[in-house]
Design a protein around this ligand. Structure first.
Ligand SMILES: Cc1ncc(COP(=O)(O)O)c(C=O)c1O
Length: 379
């Protein structure tokens, strides 16, 4: 084989993220047949450990759909919004808009309620919208990766339920990095993915489907095949996937979830993520002219977004800071592209992000922040 020209970079972006050597090695575990007894040896513990991490029992059925987070989110829309029903998508950034687009592109009657970048969902504004629109289904983002804002999932779901609508939640960039308490969350379906706080390669969309969602999906028509959660659930109960899974990823996932639950410990993992959020807050506090973008109390434990001083340009972040850090062996995140373009156009201050999810440790983060600071001081 010719020698590839690939750089080995430490990823401080917001997914895909750093993968431990042990998980890379788990890719060498034996391939298996997905309708054979060997399949059960992987997917039974995977599904049990996913429930432990989510904080649920039999009240939610985990399904794994070959694809990514969007696949599970699209399945939720196609399976849980019936013909003639209205879905309200609540957006605090680019990924809230994605849920709206998934609904609209599937021909659903959809409306998008948007909040300004950097804000969390305002419950009073949402309540007014619920009164006016009376939607059947409401989607929102638990952790908005483009802005580093985390919404209060329980409060938002409770409000949605007061108006008799079904809450669908996108937890793609937080699952595995913070306590979820899914059983008491109020979510009808919660979607996530492998490549973020679970610190695995991309490849499965993961959905946690409540009994209530299952009942409704049985009545919805036109769900397609791969977006039909009824079909996924039938296979999931046998610890199988609807379509051929990525067996390499399944082996890695089996190992990683066992590590998270039985070696690192779920609570320790959550605590490590909050400690990294505090590290970034403290670091930003010592950087003149920089501020945290998300308001206190709504800052994500998996991705921090930092507001730059006035005058910093997209080009300085993307060409200057990012490329200098590449030279040091790091992949820096110069801010979500569309967000910075919109902020720049509005004459507002720009942002950059620090991804600190998955298996990144406080020691790794500390080293990175030191290098990043040296580059920011040159601006
Ligand atoms: C909050 C959120 N939702 C949805 C997605 C889309 O997920 P995927 O790329 O796994 O389809 C992402 C990806 O970054 C995300 O951060």
């Amino acid at each position: 084989m010719s020698k590839p020209n690939f750089a080995t970079l430490k990823l401080f972006i917001t997914g895909p993220t750093y993968i431990r050597d042990e998980i890379k090695e788990a890719a060498l575990l034996p391939e298996f047949g997905h309708r054979d007894a060997e399949n059960d040896l992987r997917f039974r513990p995977i599904r049990e450990n996913l429930r432990k991490l989510a904080g649920c029992g039999d009240d939610y059925e985990p399904i794994l759909c070959l694809g990514s987070g969007s696949t599970a989110m699209e399945a939720s829309v196609r399976s849980l919004v019936a013909d003639g029903e209205t879905i309200l998508n609540v957006s605090v950034g680019a990924f809230g808009d994605l849920y709206y687009n998934l609904a609209a592109h599937n021909g659903k009657k959809a409306e998008n309620l948007r909040f300004d970048y950097g804000r969390a969902i305002d419950l009073n504004v949402l309540e007014d919208k619920l009164k006016e629109l009376r939607p059947d289904v409401v989607s929102f983002t638990h952790n908005e990766t483009s802005t580093g804002v985390v919404n209060d999932i329980k409060a938002v779901c409770a409000l949605i339920r007061r108006y008799n609508a079904m809450p669908l939640v996108d937890g793609v960039s937080i699952f595995g990095g913070a306590e979820l308490d899914l059983s008491n969350s109020g979510a009808a379906m919660y979607s996530t993915a492998t490549q973020k706080a679970l610190a695995l390669p991309a490849g499965f969309g993961i959905g946690f489907v409540s009994g209530e969602a299952e009942e409704k999906a049985a009545t919805v028509t036109g769900k397609g095949h791969h977006h039909d959660i009824t079909k996924h659930l039938g296979r999931a109960r046998k610890n199988q996937t609807l379509t051929t899974p990525n067996c390499t990823l399944a082996n890695q996932m089996w190992r990683q979830l066992d590590y998270i639950v039985n070696e690192e410990g779920v609570q320790n993992r959550f605590d490590r993520h909050s400690a990294m959020r505090s590290m970034v807050e403290e670091w930003v506090g010592g950087l003149p002219g920089f501020e945290m973008f998300a308001p206190e109390g709504y800052r994500s434990p998996t991705v921090s977004t930092v507001l730059c001083p006035e005058g910093v340009t997209v080009s300085q972040l993307k060409k200057g800071v990012k490329e200098a850090l590449r030279g040091e062996g790091y992949l820096m995140d110069p801010g979500y592209g569309k967000l910075n373009a919109a902020l720049e156009e509005a004459g507002r201050r720009l942002v950059f992000r620090v991804g600190h999810m998955g298996d990144i440790t406080p020691a790794m983060l500390g080293e990175y922040l030191g290098k990043l600071e040296a580059e920011l001081n040159k601006l």
